[in-house]
Write a protein that binds this ligand. Structure first.
Ligand code: NAD
Length: 498
C-alpha cells in the first residue's frame, strides 16, 4: 500500500461516523426497542464489533406501523404533488451533502470498497431525484366509455409500505424502494438486514433536513424471521416490497397472503454471460470481470455462469484468469481496492464449500478460491475471486446461487445450445450477450428467460429502466416509471352527466 493511501485510510478511520449505539427510528425519534434488546454489528474487513443496534420485534413493528399510518392520514396527506416533489429533491440534496459520511458508514458496515460505496450513495441520491421528478408526471387517464358520462382514473397511494432490504446494496436498494413509495404519497417502515442496518437509519434521520414529516419514514432493524415476518403479516401494512433470497420471498408471500397485501419481490439469480466466438474477447473480459466479482460476487445480477462458444473457451479462460489475478483485493478504505471482504465468516465458509464442491463435481479451479496471502487481511472475511472451468450443466455449482466471487465456465456449441443453457436454471434475473452479430444478439435476447439483458455490455440496470426477474427471480419491476405502479392504486371513477 502506498504511504499516501495509508494516510487516507488513517484520515478516514479518524472520522469514522460510527457511533457506539444506534436506536430504532420511529415517528421521527430514536427509540430503544420495547423489549430493550440490542444486537452487535461487525466490520467484515476485520471481523471486529463495529457498534450495537436496538433489536426490534413484533411490538416495535406495530409501533412503527402506527406512526407511519398517523403520518399517512395526517401531515403527509397534506403534501400535494408539488410539495412531495420538492421534499424529495431536498432529500436527494441531503443525501449528496452527506455523501462522504454515508459512504464511510456503508463501507465500515458492509466491507465494500470505498469507491463502490461512494458510487452507490450517488445512485441513491439520483434515485430520490428521479422520483422527485416523477411525482408530477404520474397521472390517470380519461377513458371513452359512454355518450352520457365521463370515466377517469385516479392514482392514489396504497398506504403504509413495508420495505424489506438485503445486506448487499443497503443504501441503494433502500432508495430504490423508498423513493417511489414517497413519490406516490405512501409512508414506510423499513426493515434493513441485520448485518447492515446503519445507512437506512441514517437516511431516515436525514428526512428532517428535507422537511419530510415525522413518521413518514420509520426503520426497525431486527431478525428477519421476527421483525420481517411481523411486517409482512401486519394488517396495517398495505404493501410489501422485498429484496432478498428466493426462499425468504416464499415465506413473505405466505405471511402476506392472509391480508392480501400488494407484494413485489426481487429475488436471487444465476445469470449467464453468453460469449460468442465472434465477439471482441478482450473487451468482453475486461467488462465482464466486475459483472461477476464486483461486490465480492454478492450481487443478485452477478453473471456467475460464463457460457462460452467452444472455439473460444480456451482463450476466454486464459484471459479471464489472467485478469482475475490482477484484481486488487484488500482494505475497503483504500481507494485502489476493487474487491473487499464478504459480508460474514459464515457466508465465506458457504462459498468455500461451493468451491470445493465444484471441484468434486468435476470442474477445474483455474485461479483464486482461497484466502488472501496478505496477513493483514486474515481477520476479515476475504476470499480471492475464483474461476471454475470445465463446469457442466446439472452441477450444483452451476444451478445454485453461490452469492460469492465464483465464476463457472461452461462450453456451448451454437446458438440453440447457448439459449438452452442460459435458461437451464430456476432463475431469470439478468445476463449479457457478447457478439459482433447484432441479429444473433437480438434472436438470443428474445429467447433468454430473464428480466434484464445487456448486449456487449456488462449491465442493464439503470434508474430510468425497469428492473426485476422472470421465474424464481421475482415478481414485479422496480425502477423506472413502472415502479410508481407498485406503490399506488388505480381508482376508476364514472360520472353520469346525462
Ligand atoms: P435474505 O432473504 O436473507 O434477507 C433479506 C431481508 O429479509 C433481510 O432484511 C432479512 O432480515 C429479511 N428476512 C429474512 N427472513 C425473513 C422472513 N422470514 N420474513 C421477512 N423478512 C425476512 O437475503 P440476504 O441474504 O440479505 O440477501 C441476499 C439475497 O438477496 C440473494 O439471494 C440475492 O440474490 C438477493 N438479492 C436480490 C436482488 C434483486 O433485485 N433481485 C438484489 C439484491 C439481492
Amino acid at each position: 500500500m502506498s504511504p499516501q493511501a495509508s494516510k487516507k485510510i488513517k484520515r478516514a478511520a479518524a472520522s469514522a461516523p460510527v457511533k457506539s449505539l444506534w436506536h430504532l427510528w420511529i415517528g421521527g425519534k430514536a427509540v430503544s426497542s420495547l423489549a430493550g434488546k440490542r444486537f452487535a454489528v461487525h466490520n467484515p474487513a476485520n471481523g471486529q464489533k463495529l457498534t450495537e443496534v436496538a433489536q426490534g420485534d413484533a411490538a416495535d413493528v406495530d409501533a412503527a406501523v402506527s406512526a407511519a399510518r398517523q403520518a399517512f392520514d395526517g401531515p403527509w396527506a397534506k403534501f400535494g404533488p408539488r410539495d412531495r416533489a420538492r421534499a424529495l429533491f431536498k432529500f436527494a440534496q441531503a443525501v449528496r451533502d452527506h455523501r462522504e459520511e454515508l459512504a464511510l458508514l456503508e463501507t465500515y458496515n458492509t466491507g465494500k470498497p470505498i469507491s463502490d460505496s461512494r458510487g452507490e450513495v450517488a445512485v441513491a441520491a439520483d434515485c430520490f431525484e428521479y422520483y422527485a421528478g416523477a411525482v408530477t408526471k404520474y397521472f390517470g387517464s380519461t377513458i371513452p366509455v359512454s355518450a352520457t358520462g365521463l370515466d377517469f382514473t385516479l392514482r392514489q397511494p396504497v398506504g403504509v409500505c413495508g420495505l424489506i432490504v438485503p445486506w448487499n446494496f443497503p443504501i441503494m436498494i433502500t432508495a430504490w424502494k423508498l423513493a417511489p413509495a414517497l413519490a406516490c404519497g405512501d409512508t414506510a417502515v423499513i426493515k434493513p438486514a441485520s448485518y447492515t442496518p446503519l445507512t437506512a437509519l441514517r437516511l431516515a434521520q436525514l428526512c428532517e433536513e428535507a422537511g419530510i414529516p415525522e413518521g413518514v419514514v420509520n426503520v426497525v432493524p431486527g431478525p428477519g424471521d421476527v421483525a420481517g415476518q411481523a411486517l409482512a403479516a401486519h394488517p396495517g401494512v398495505a404493501k410489501i416490497s422485498f429484496t432478498g433470497e428466493t426462499a425468504t420471498g416464499e415465506r413473505i408471500l405466505r405471511a402476506a397472503a392472509a391480508t392480501i397485501k400488494r407484494v413485489s419481490l426481487e429475488l436471487g439469480g444465476k445469470s449467464p454471460n453468453i460469449v460468442f466466438a465472434d465477439c471482441d474477447l478482450e473487451r468482453c473480459v475486461e467488462k465482464s470481470i466486475f459483472s461477476v466479482f464486483g461486490n465480492a460476487g454478492q450481487d443478485c445480477c452477478a453473471r456467475s455462469r460464463a457460457l462460452v462458444e467452444k472455439s473460444a473457451v480456451e482463450e476466454f479462460v486464459g484471459r479471464f484468469a489472467e485478469r482475475t489475478r490482477k484484481i486488487v483485493v484488500g482494505d475497503p478504505l483504500d481507494e485502489a481496492t476493487q474487491v473487499g471482504p464478504m459480508i460474514s465468516r459464515q457466508q465465506r465458509e458457504r462459498v468455500l464449500g461451493y468451491v470445493a464442491l465444484g471441484q468434486k463435481e468435476g470442474a477445474r479451479l483455474v485461479c483464486g478460491g482461497g484466502l488472501p496471502e496478505d496477513v493483514r487481511w486474515k481477520a476479515g472475511h476475504f476470499l480471492m475471486p475464483a474461476v471454475l472451468s470445465e463446469a457442466r450443466p446439472g452441477m450444483r455449482v452451476v444451478q445454485e446461487e453461490i452469492f460469492g466471487p465464483v465464476l463457472c465456465v461452461l462450453a456451448f456449441d451454437g446458438e440453440e445450445e447457448a439459449v438452452r443453457l442460459a435458461n437451464d436454471t430456476p432463475y431469470g434475473l439478468s445476463g449479457s450477450i457478447w457478439t459482433r452479430d447484432l441479429s444473433k444478439a437480438l434472436r438470443v435476447a428474445r429467447r433468454v428467460e430473464s428480466g434484464n439483458l445487456s448486449v456487449n455490455s456488462a449491465t442493464s440496470v439503470y434508474l430510468e429502466a425497469p428492473f426485476g426477474g422472470f421465474k424464481r427471480s421475482g415478481v414485479g419491476r422496480e425502477l423506472g416509471m413502472g415502479a410508481m405502479d407498485l406503490y399506488s392504486e388505480v381508482k376508476n371513477v364514472f360520472v353520469e352527466h346525462g
